[in-house]
Write a protein that binds this ligand. Structure first.
Ligand SMILES: Cc1cc2nc3c(=O)[nH]c(=O)nc-3n(C[C@H](O)[C@H](O)[C@H](O)COP(=O)(O)OP(=O)(O)OC[C@H]3O[C@@H](n4cnc5c(N)ncnc54)[C@H](O)[C@@H]3O)c2cc1C
Ligand SMILES: NC(=O)c1ccc[n+]([C@@H]2O[C@H](COP(=O)([O-])OP(=O)(O)OC[C@H]3O[C@@H](n4cnc5c(N)ncnc54)[C@H](O)[C@@H]3O)[C@@H](O)[C@H]2O)c1
Length: 492
């Protein structure tokens, strides 16, 4: 059946209704359809969601030239060829192409070819199994409604901030020109990636962090190495500061950020009163669920809350068990690949329940139990150096009560790294569960480590015994030889 644009819909009753066509909604619809269920997706903006247009894809299009140039600049014989600045207009133009110029025709064609209907508009629940689109079109679901509405950026309650119309991740990934001076608030993933990108594109960047370092949820050496590299790139980092007030006198004019901290020496635009003046301000302080206006109150749930789900992603406390919350909206792991993973699991569970399968495989690692989104979440931060981690950090493993041993290795000391770049700097850590002798977590920091990560994901999710990992021989001379060094250190 052809993807249906709002009014000319062929039917109003489906087996499954999917609210939101981000990466999670698309994959959920695909899995439900593959299970033989008629499926419709409701989308209020662009099919492809945040990831395709204002998050993963445009941000990585901005960062790829940055990391490529940095890496080439460390290769003897190649350094001089990349000595100049980035061609910012060309980078921005490529970013525009990567987002298909913020048009979703390609993704709509995919839905169409997959036999999934599309209804454009804002969907709201209107009681059990009913969704009303733009107040007009009523859809009913025989089996399930899956809420895949994602998340949006949060603005902290700082006086003057909203009025100053700061950049959020949306503007930071879609801006058409390079601001002269950019202040970034927040030292999480969006903060460090966007500080890296815009600094390399030519902005004077000041990164304001209220804690004592960057990437606080990762191993401490990750934030330290990224902070060192940002400083070397000319960005200015201030830790232990809070934004007290923001002022922008005229739309499009400079913005003043007033800090709640002892006066510092001042970065670009810094003044003795500890105010920073910039051309743009990016707020990267986390996300809120897009559940404030989806009719949750009509089924007894609280609007604006993250959806509490079981491991099959079924929302808890809903009579009849017909409601699912998948992807960012359930707050289990706010990453595209984890949303897609949950969609595969939830889609299988919806299909099995629709077929009347009496007992689902809901034990950890079962076909109907999202498990990796708690125990083996991989993430790559695309900065220079890259940070790639999976599973638990040493601190998180200790908090969880495991008996652990932490093994570290200097990534720059393996032969592959020596060849990869002059003065390669990086570090690797594995966190071992001493009782089972399997890995709980692995972190790599260094140029190019993003592509190493899946080896660690396989080891952590597969709970591969270390004595078997000893037989997984890394090729010489690759950076993967760090696996051998880590295991040698562990075995002594
Ligand atoms: C700057 C940035 C960079 C990122 N980079 C990465 C990365 O490199 N790798 C990674 O894995 N993750 C990355 N993420 C996270 C990633 O973007 C999210 O985890 C992912 O987009 C979540 O997918 P989703 O489908 O759950 O939600 P979304 O992508 O947010 O999609 C939700 C969809 O639902 C629609 N919708 C909402 N409400 C309604 C409604 N009432 N009716 C109809 N439709 C509705 C929205 O319009 C949207 O299309 C990044 C995030 C940001 C902000
Ligand atoms: N490469 C990737 O995988 C990638 C890239 C970007 C974003 N993402 C995902 O998107 C999500 C959102 O990223 P994010 O960076 O916005 O959120 P985040 O939660 O990763 O980081 C937000 C940071 O802001 C800080 N903060 C909160 N309130 C603050 C305040 N009032 N003042 C100063 N600092 C404050 C927090 O302590 C935290 O360190 C994350 O879950 C992330 O995993 C992933």
């Amino acid at each position: 059946m052809a993807a249906t644009e709002a009014s000319g819909a062929a039917q109003d009753e489906y087996d499954v209704i999917v609210l939101g066509a981000g990466p999670t909604g698309e994959n959920l619809a695909d899995r439900a359809h593959a299970a033989g269920l008629s499926t419709v997706v409701v989308e209020t903006e662009l099919v492809g969601g945040e990831c395709s247009y204002w998050a993963c894809m445009p941000s990585k299009a901005l960062l790829r030239p940055v990391t490529s140039r940095a890496e080439a600049g460390r290769v003897p014989g190649l350094k001089d060829a990349v000595a100049g600045p980035l061609d910012a207009p060309a980078v921005l133009a490529h970013r525009d192409a990567v987002t298909s110029y913020w048009k979703d025709d390609g993704q709509v064609r995919w839905l169409d070819s997959a036999g999934i209907d599309l209804v454009r508009g804002h969907g709201r629940l209107a009681g059990p199994r009913r969704v009303v689109v733009d107040g007009e079109r009523v859809l009913t679901a025989r089996h399930a409604v899956a809420v895949c509405t994602g998340s949006r950026p949060v603005l902290p309650p700082v006086p003057g901030l909203a009025e100053a119309r700061p950049w959020t991740s949306r503007e930071a990934t879609s801006a058409k020109s390079v601001p002269g001076r950019l202040v970034v608030v927040g030292g999480g993933v969006v903060g460090v990636e966007m500080a890296t990108a815009w600094r390399a594109l030519g902005s004077s960047v000041t990164l304001l962090v209220r804690g004592d370092g960057l990437l606080p949820r990762m191993e401490p050496f990750a934030g330290r190495l990224v902070a060192e590299a940002l400083a070397e790139a000319g960005a200015y980092l201030r830790t232990g500061v809070e934004v007290r007030e923001v002022r922008r006198e005229a739309p499009g004019g400079p913005v003043t950020v007033v800090l709640d901290s002892p006066p510092g020496p001042g970065g670009p635009g810094g003044t003795p009163r500890d105010e920073i003046v910039a051309d743009e301000l990016l707020i990267a302080t986390g996300r809120a669920p897009r559940t404030d206006d989806i009719g949750l109150e009509t089924i007894g749930l609280s609007p604006g809350s993250w959806l509490d789900v079981d491991d099959s992603c079924r929302v808890t406390g809903v009579t009849g068990g017909w409601l699912y919350g998948v992807g960012d909206v359930n707050h289990r792991a706010l990453l595209t690949h984890q949303g897609k993973y949950q969609a595969r699991i939830a889609g299988a569970a919806i299909g099995a329940r629709a077929r009347g399968v009496p007992i689902l495989e809901t034990d950890p690692w079962g076909a109907h139990a999202a498990t990796a989104d708690r125990r083996a979440v991989p993430q790559v931060v695309f900065t220079d150096p890259e940070v790639a981690s999976v599973g638990l950090t040493a601190a998180a493993a200790e908090r969880a009560g495991y008996r652990t041993r932490v093994v570290d290795h200097d990534l720059g000391a393996v032969a592959g790294a020596f060849l990869y770049a002059d003065g390669y700097r990086g570090r690797a850590r594995m966190v071992v569960d001493l009782d089972r002798e399997v890995l709980l977590g692995v972190t790599f920091v260094g140029p190019g480590v993003g592509e190493l990560l899946h080896s660690a994901s396989v080891a952590v999710a597969g709970e591969v015994p270390l004595e078997r990992l000893w037989h997984a021989v890394p090729s010489y001379p690759t950076i993967s030889e760090v696996w051998l060094r880590l295991l040698e250190s562990y075995r002594g």
